[in-house]
Design a protein around this ligand. Structure first.
Ligand code: BGC
Length: 385
């Protein structure tokens, strides 16, 4: 995509026109809005009732669990207007609790890995639970994706959505500070799904919130995503060591399998004998978005699926994008529609700060101090071609 076109799209997103996409149709502009409604989804072992909330707008339907703020399903039309659920998940609560690889999860306090589960802030060293070999992943053994959230419906102008709140106590999963978190999922009348994250703390801490939806634009359970095309507006990425921790280098993507600056199929270079791909069993890396941190969401990527014609563009305020090609799906999980999920049957695109930033002073800071508010936003806009 040319720079000028990208700029137009980014400006559109910033102005709340995320689905105004050049050369494509937004199939859903006239679709009705459905006020948020909730139903019983399941009950946790301790008796806590978990709801599934349903929201619809702009032709898109989103289902969210009060457990983990999980994106349970995301239905989006194809080029013929047929809806399919494009997010991996389970049809029951017990599987989400027992074996989910973070399907749809609201990730906190820290998206991705912190090396040895340890970091030092203002002279204090904090130890987090190790739940990924020698490292701490996605907030520890009981991160935000495994906690209950308070959910309120939201209607604002032509937008509709859900406001999720929770207070994470001081010391939860080893992190300092009482963290008050608010995450808003909004569906716009023009077929965009927006996530706004906010947090405040009463002690210095680190925060890196993201959403861990596994996308398959042909539909959940329909097979591999290797034919999806991906364009990523990033000239550099952060190489990883054997434990999938960034080495600290910002490496150029030019001439490597990591070059998605022009759209290419996800699977085209995934079997290259590149040491980075061997380590992660595919793509599982943070791309350094060329736009850097921005105060309003700016263009990051385009994901497209040729058969259905579905296209998803992402815009974010965040400086990084973790692209994970579903490498660890290993045919042991049966998903929402009763299909087995195999390696590469979905991919995650997690807009966030870089992994292990608390141990890399040169990376953009993830420190949050009392008196300041953490604010990040990511927009997913859907269209067809
Ligand atoms: C990580 C992967 C991890 C996966 C868990 C991704 O965000 O980058 O390494 O296996 O989450 O589902």
């Amino acid at each position: 995509m040319s720079t000028s076109r990208r700029t137009v799209l980014a400006a559109g997103a910033a102005a709340g026109l995320a689905a105004t996409v050049l050369g494509t149709t937004t199939a859903h502009a006239a679709a009705p809005r459905h006020s948020p409604s909730k139903k019983h989804f399941g009950t946790l072992a301790d008796g806590t009732v978990v709801d599934v909330w349903t929201v619809g707008n702009g032709g898109i339907r989103l289902q969210v669990l009060s457990y983990g703020g999980i994106i349970h399903s995301l239905e989006v039309p194809d080029a013929e207007g047929r809806l399919a659920n494009i997010a991996l998940g389970f049809d029951n609560l017990a599987d989400y609790v027992a074996k989910s690889p973070y399907f749809g999860g609201l990730i906190g306090r820290y998206g991705n890995r912190i090396a040895a589960g340890r970091f030092t802030l203002d002279g204090h060293t904090y130890q987090l639970p190790l739940n990924d070999g020698a490292n701490s992943l996605h907030g520890g053994t009981r991160g935000f994706d495994k906690q209950m959230w308070h959910v309120e419906p939201l209607t604002r102008g032509s937008d509709t959505g859900l406001v999720l709140t929770r207070t994470s106590p001081d010391g939860e999963m080893g992190y300092p500070g009482t963290l008050k978190v608010q995450v808003t999922y909004t569906l716009t009348a023009r077929g965009a799904w927006r996530i706004d994250y906010e947090a405040t703390t009463d002690r210095p801490t680190v925060v890196n919130l993201t959403s861990h939806t596994y996308f398959n634009l042909a539909g959940e359970g329909s097979g591999s995503v290797y034919d999806h095309t991906l364009e990523l507006a990033a000239s550099r990425y952060t190489p990883i060591d054997a434990g999938l921790i960034p080495t600290g280098e910002l490496a150029r993507v030019a001439g490597t399998p990591f070059d998605f600056r022009c759209a290419k199929p996800v699977g085209r270079d995934i079997r290259e004998g590149d040491q980075q791909l061997v380590r992660a069993k595919g793509f599982d890396h943070n791309w350094v978005l060329d736009k850097g941190i921005s105060s309003a969401p700016r263009y990051a990527l385009t994901l497209a699926e040729p058969t259905s014609g579905r296209v998803m563009r992402m815009y974010t305020t965040e400086p990084g994008l973790q692209f994970y090609s579903g490498n660890f799906l290993d045919a042991t999980l049966v998903g929402t529609s009763g299909h087995i999920y195999r390696q590469g049957d979905a991919l995650c695109l997690e807009a966030q700060h870089f992994p292990d930033s608390p141990n890399h002073p040169a990376f953009p800071s993830t420190v949050l101090r009392p008196g300041t508010t953490y604010r990040t936003s990511t927009v997913h806009s859907f269209s067809t071609r």
